[in-house]
Design a protein around this ligand. Structure first.
Ligand SMILES: C[S@@+](CC[C@H](N)C(=O)[O-])C[C@H]1O[C@@H](n2cnc3c(N)ncnc32)[C@H](O)[C@@H]1O
Length: 302
């Protein structure tokens, strides 16, 4: 079983089905501030690891993503989201990353688990791989559903990771003023009060995120690549962690794969807790954390 809560001073990596591990953590009083869930996508395939250079290593299956169809997938996910909900701290949020195959059905399911009022929004992530299908429309985005189980969630609106550059046309049309330091700005008067906006600060980021390329989009993220399939880019997780948690908060990833969330959390001074049932994921995540100088305690889940 799980031991040594002192480990949460930094981070911990647990091996097992999160459906077994989460109730044990709940009983120990562990509560998360941010949970990011990147489950299998119901592709109907076994996903294999890639070795350096991109060749498939058929000897390293990472995880099986076959559920016998949509109902099987949803039956797998529902109790795991319910178990997760029980560990949510007061202003926690749960981010659920899916694609077109299951996101719409999962929205209905997650509304049932967390309550419809707990739905806080969604991110449309555009990984930048481009369209592949020749017959019918391509879906070139994935969706991250966001729930705030208590109805209130941490949201660091002023973090620089939640800003994006103004469009060129907007800069040309509106930012004609310069202050004494040469910084371009515009002023707007709203309700009798004048607000100043600096071009260099950018505008608040909306819900479509297209500036976090996937591992194998136009510019491969070679340095980050672990070889684990479906690894997400660290920039995406960096933004989520900055947006929805505070330093020393606990970031939980119950299906952590190669440990992207854990790496982002560790770099940002958050505590982290990763769970994965795969041997390969466990080893890859552990090595990744070790490269950051973070060595979670030895295997603790039974
Ligand atoms: C899409 S991958 C996660 C990728 C990860 N976000 C990354 O950046 O590497 C899904 C992961 O969920 C794990 N998984 C599936 N069912 C699980 C369960 N019941 N408990 C724990 N892990 C599970 C798989 O082993 C796989 O590593």
């Amino acid at each position: 079983m799980i031991h040594g809560r002192a480990a949460f001073d930094s981070g911990e990596l647990l091996h097992g089905d999160c459906l077994d591990v989460l109730p044990a953590l709940e009983a120990e009083g562990v509560r998360f501030d941010l949970a990011y869930v990147d489950p299998p996508f119901n592709t109907g395939k076994v996903h294999s690891a890639r070795v350096a250079g991109g060749a498939r290593d058929a000897g390293s299956p990472a995880y099986d993503d076959s559920w016998g169809g949509l109902d099987g997938f949803l039956s797998m996910l529902e109790p795991r989201l319910a178990a997760l909900k029980a560990l949510a701290a007061a202003e926690a949020s749960v981010w659920i990353h899916l694609d077109y195959r299951t996101v719409h059905d999962t929205k209905v399911l997650a509304d049932r688990v967390f309550g419809r009022a707990a739905f806080a929004g969604e991110v449309v992530w555009v990984p930048g791989n481009g369209a592949r299908r020749r017959i019918g429309p391509s879906v070139t985005h994935q969706t991250i559903l966001i729930y705030a189980p208590s109805g209130v969630m941490t949201w660091n609106a002023d973090d620089a990771a939640l800003r994006e550059p103004y469009a060129d046309t907007s800069l040309r049309m509106h930012f004609g003023n310069e202050d004494a330091d040469g910084r371009r700005y515009r002023e707007r008067t709203i309700g009798g009060k004048t607000y100043r906006y600096y071009a260099e600060s950018g505008r608040r980021l909306g819900s479509v995120w297209s500036d976090c390329p996937a591992m194998r989009a136009n510019t491969p993220l070679v340095k980050e690549t672990t070889g684990y399939p479906t690894q997400k880019p660290e920039k995406l997780l960096d933004r989520i962690v900055r947006a929805a948690s505070n330093p020393e908060g606990l970031v939980l990833d119950p299906m952590c794969g190669s440990g992207t969330t854990l790496a982002a959390a560790a770099k940002l001074g958050r505590r982290f807790l990763g769970i994965d049932q795969g041997e390969l994921a466990h080893g890859v995540a552990r090595e990744r954390l070790a490269r950051l100088g973070v060595t979670p305690p030895a295997q603790r889940a039974g």
